[in-house]
Design a protein around this ligand. Structure first.
Ligand code: NAP
Length: 251
């Protein structure tokens, strides 16, 4: 029960990796505030957690790309009680295009979801963490943020920015007992990658580049998040934890 008594806030908790984190954190004794846009899915998650762990989970709907909504929702979350763990997990990408054909609105949309949301949410939550003198922030990046990805410069740049922001904020807040780390998943079996599994050719191409020759699961990423959230990683800040079946060390 590494998170007993800890209040954790997870964005993108309605599906995929964020949902798995919410379940894992609750099992580890945390209270969970789940955030995403889909109220029905969030309500189902909260019901599932609370039926197993007692009344430890609640949810807020929020479009994390809307700074005013972020200000209102995360202002309320901070007012409701101390935040021990913040996971900036909401993110993703829905298109592939060469940089030369990139439209300004497409670029901006991906930066808003993957980068700006991290900035606005962290700004809203950090001051209370600093005042409390403790906290763990986990920013979900991607192997796409560690290397170039053809047709995905928008997403790759966004996830690289998440790592860079993580390192800077870690340096800004280490004095106050706050730890800020990036979690870097490889190819994980979620809705985000469902279209790739639906195409045999795409899946074969992907798995041929994964030394472990399989998709990772959301639960495997949640275990790594639990480590970063808990005191088990008490001397880690500004770090990048890669959970990718070996892709990033392929020659
Ligand atoms: N799956 C992978 O292979 C993989 C690999 C590397 C990194 N990642 C990263 O891991 C994170 C989670 O990915 P996933 O695979 O779990 O994706 P997913 O299954 O598509 O889930 C994305 C989550 O983000 C939420 N979300 C999306 N847009 C949002 C918005 N504007 N406001 C609030 N919430 C929003 C979604 O909830 P609602 O639709 O309810 O809002 C959902 O809960 C992302 O940052 C992704 O970039 C994933």
């Amino acid at each position: 029960m590494q998170l007993t008594g800890r209040r954790t806030v997870i964005t993108g908790a309605s599906r995929g990796i964020g949902r798995a984190m919410a379940l894992e954190f609750a099992k580890a004794g945390a209270t969970v505030v789940a955030v995403a846009r889909d109220a029905d899915r969030l309500a189902a998650l909260v019901e599932e957690i609370n039926s197993e762990q007692g009344p430890v989970a609640t949810f807020h709907t929020c479009d994390v790309t809307d700074p005013e909504e972020v200000d209102r929702v995360f202002g309320q979350i901070v007012e409701d009680g101390p935040v021990d763990v913040l996971v900036n997990n909401a993110g993703g990408n829905t298109f592939s295009v060469p940089l030369v054909s990139m439209r300004a609105d497409g670029w901006a949309k991906v930066q808003r979801l993957n980068v700006e949301s991290v900035v606005w949410i962290t700004q809203r939550v950090l001051p209370a963490m600093v005042a409390a003198g403790r906290g763990s922030v986990i920013n979900v990046s991607s192997v796409a943020g560690l290397q170039g990805v053809p047709l995905m410069s928008h997403y790759s740049a966004a996830k690289a920015a998440v790592i860079s922001i993580t390192q800077s904020v870690a340096l800004e807040t280490a004095y106050a007992g706050i730890r800020v780390n990036a979690l870097v998943p490889g190819w994980i079996e979620t809705d985000l990658t469902g279209h790739l599994r639906a195409s045999g050719d795409a899946e074969a191409a992907i798995l041929s580049r994964v030394p472990m020759q399989r998709w990772g699961t959301a639960a495997e990423i949640a275990k790594a998040a639990l480590f970063l959230a808990s005191d088990d990683s008490s001397f880690m800040t500004g770090q990048v934890l890669v959970v990718d079946g070996g892709i990033s060390v392929m020659p």
